[in-house]
Design a protein around this ligand. Structure first.
Ligand code: SF4
Length: 728
């Protein structure tokens, strides 16, 4: 899965009066146009109501050259237009929206003034040809003037969006020269967050008309109104291949910079994403004010076209993640991000949002203590999860590996099992889940008994010793249904071990029944052990944010304790790499360790890294998949946090891929989990690591790490060993 981003914005065309006369522009007017403050406030209220995260302030250049605009600005108490733009941006910030301004060529002073109240700014370079017919009468369209302004923004450390116009009369080599010029600027300042490759589309002029109204009409019709406008004489026709070349060159000349394709200006946005474009721009809730007759395709529709090709459409803010720090943004702007859009702040290894200090001075001592099995304090654990220094992380890895060798030996175990997710119908609605579906969703399913039996038989034929059974929280099921699925499985495969029902399912099926009775009934129906899922992060603050309808920590603990008391072993999981903080993971480990010390019922600890792609949390909170390095570091930290309490630590190949799971064998891991045969939960969240492995794959992974492998059963009895082959 690859992420393709967009920003949910709202356009404020504060003034359309412009000093330039570009021939392609339908936006500008040379009459006086300026919204009054009350009107601006009304527009901002509407933007806020419509859930915009970005306010795109789009204006003509230097509108105060028009005497009437200048007079109105004075009436509103502003000495110039920049001051009025800044005022509008402040009002947007007050409403929790992040301003991105695009007001034409600015002086360094004007850029600096706007920097105080914006999250990012923009100016299209357009072209490096200084003699284009379309730019006659527009002195600030001279490439030198624009490059100077773009460089000035770099000097001022302003996260910046720029781009080129394609098809306005330039020669193909001039397009590449423009990208080269931007590449040079980027190498010097590093402030270009994205480059827009915008193809020219001809359109009528809109004098006297309101772009938002034209956009609204086009949106409702879902197509441009009327006949398509004819290509003017000065324009150059563009082909998909021209655009493909530009995407490739942009990626080469500006590595790491976003490549934006406006999805409303042609049908070729999809092939261009496949070519390497990374962004579909700001999808304005009130339309495209530059080309209002071209409606944006809906997010839903774009997502449907992208998903089968392996792309996940996710939201971003107008400022790209790498610029969300005090070196690039004013404190007031950062405060809005921290308050409203904290989940978009990238993890940089430590204390991302609530700035709790990470006590690096404690790390060496904590590693030594953990190596001896000692229990770490919350601050020590927080320091391990928040560690960023490569040498300290290597020390963590070594200690975790030694602890693994001491507790679990060299053997790498796995279980031959099959997952069966009987139904994905779910009423809970966790934000991190791509699996659960409403009953009426076209993706909802529920296996018939016949289908369920077939899957059980198939598992037996495959040699599975375990069936892992979990489903959504189905509104029609009662404990009787849960008992029935167990009985049917046992009827089909009397020998098979049934590892079933998460604490969330147990909580739901139990209703008012005492847990002791519930587990007795489930055991009688064939239950063999319980998956310790639904743990996510055992911290109620995190749970409130990602799954407010899920059972609270205390109930999760109560259910697992009851399972252990009933003689059922369980696993225990953690889901990390989303919005949680290091100190919240520390709390999770405190709960897990305490519980294990009381009951000794956990068979293994299973870290599950968050797969963001098809989940609400990933799509609308901008959360990216955790990096392999961070994933491995967390793996070692989990091993150290457990000390000698739970001897088995698993790596999930579904979440991290078999390659990373193999590497994790050197980071404290001794178990590679199951063959699974079908895996719907991660797959529906967008995991690209497959749904089934053969035992040979897992044996091969162990051998690749130079360790012997063994098939185990659910409760860790060894069934078969596979020694490392001796080299011939
Ligand atoms: S995680 Fe489980 S409970 Fe939550 S929505 Fe998904 S299926 Fe339902």
């Amino acid at each position: 899965m690859r992420r393709v981003t967009f920003s949910r914005n709202y356009t404020l065309s504060l003034s359309r009066t412009c000093r330039c006369y570009c021939k392609y522009c339908a936006f500008a007017t040379h009459r006086a146009h300026l919204y009054a403050p009350a009107e601006v406030e009304r527009i901002l209220d509407d933007a806020s109501r419509r859930g915009a995260k970005e306010l795109l302030v789009l204006t003509g250049e230097k509108p105060e050259v028009h005497p009437e605009v200048a007079a109105r600005l004075r009436d509103y108490g502003h000495e110039d237009f920049t001051s009025y733009v800044a005022w509008a941006c402040e009002r947007a910030l007050e409403r929790g929206m992040l301003p991105h301004t695009n007001v034409g060529v600015c002086t360094p002073e004007e850029l600096a003034r706007l920097r105080e109240v914006t999250a990012s700014q923009g100016l299209m370079l357009e072209s490096v040809n200084p003699d284009l017919v379309v730019h006659q009468g527009s002195p600030t369209k001279h490439p030198e003037a624009r490059l100077e302004a773009i460089r000035a923004a770099g000097e001022l450390r302003i996260p910046f969006t720029t781009g080129i116009l394609v098809g306005i009369g330039e020669a193909p080599e001039e397009r590449l020269a423009a990208l080269e010029a931007l590449g040079e600027v980027q190498r010097e300042y590093g402030h270009l967050q994205e480059v827009i490759l915008q193809n020219f589309v001809p359109h009528p002029r809109y004098y006297g008309a309101e772009p938002a109204e034209i956009a609204d009409e086009a949106q409702r019709a879902e197509r441009p109104p009327g006949e398509p406008a004819r290509l003017p004489a000065w324009a150059t026709p563009i082909t998909l291949d021209d655009m493909r070349l530009l995407v490739r060159e942009c990626a080469r000349l500006l590595p790491g910079v976003g490549i934006q394709i406006p999805p409303n200006l042609s049908d070729w946005w999809l092939p261009l994403v496949e070519e390497g474009a990374t962004d579909l721009g700001g999808l304005s809730a009130n339309g495209d004010h530059i080309s209002p007759e071209h409606p944006f395709p809906s997010v839903h529709r774009m997502r449907k076209r992208l998903a089968p090709r392996g792309y996940a459409l996710t939201e971003r803010l107008c400022v790209y993640p790498q610029y969300m720090d005090p070196g690039w943004l004013e404190q007031g702007v950062l405060d809005v991000i921290k308050l409203k859009y904290w989940s978009f702040i990238p993890r940089r290894g430590s204390g991302r949002r609530e700035e709790r200090p990470i006590r690096r001075d404690l790390v060496a001592g904590a590693i030594a203590k953990a190596r001896e099995g000692g229990e770490l304090s919350p601050v020590e654990l927080t320091a391990l999860f928040g560690e960023t220094r490569p040498e300290a992380i290597e020390d963590m890895r070594q200690a975790a590996d030694e602890l693994r060798a001491e507790l679990a030996g060299e053997l790498v175990t796995f279980v031959v099992n099959r997952n069966i997710n009987v139904s994905n119908v779910c009423i809970v609605g966790c934000a991190f889940c791509g699996f659960g579906q409403g009953r009426r969703s076209p993706d909802a399913y529920e296996h018939s008994e016949e289908e369920f039996r077939r899957r059980v038989r198939e598992a037996v034929e495959f040699g599975a010793t375990e069936i892992c059974m979990q489903s959504g929280i189905h509104p029609d099921w009662t404990i009787v249904d849960y008992e029935r699925w167990l009985r049917v499985a046992k009827d089909e495969a009397p020998e098979i071990h049934l590892h079933a029902y998460s604490p969330m399912e147990i909580d739901y099926l139990a209703g008012e029944l005492p847990l002791r009775e519930v587990f007795e009934r489930l055991k009688a129906a064939g239950l063999g052990s319980v998956p310790g899922t639904a743990a996510e992060v055992l911290h109620d603050g995190v749970r409130q944010r990602i799954s407010p309808n899920k059972l609270p920590v205390a109930r999760w603990v109560e259910i697992i304790e009851a399972a252990h008391a009933a003689g059922l072993r369980s696993t225990v999981t953690v889901m990390f790499g989303h919005i949680e903080e290091p100190w919240e993971l520390a709390e999770h480990m405190r709960v897990v360790r305490g519980l294990q010390e009381r009951t000794g019922g956990f068979t293994e600890f299973v870290p599950l890294s968050f797969i963001p792609f098809h989940t609400l949390l990933g799509r609308t909170h901008g959360i990216e998949e955790i990096s392999r390095e961070e994933n491995l570091k967390h793996t070692a930290a989990f091993r150290l946090a457990l000390g000698r309490t739970i001897p088995s630590l698993q790596a999930s190949w579904v979440k991290m891929g078999l390659d990373a799971a193999t590497e994790a064998l050197g980071w404290g891991v001794n178990d590679l989990g199951g063959t699974l045969m079908e895996e719907s939960i991660s797959r529906m969240a967008g995991s690209y690591h497959g749904v089934k492995l053969d035992p040979e794959d897992l044996i091969g992974a162990a051998h690749a790490a130079g360790r012997p492998a063994a098939e185990r059963d659910t409760l860790y009895a060894i069934r078969r060993r596979y020694e490392v082959p001796v080299a011939a």
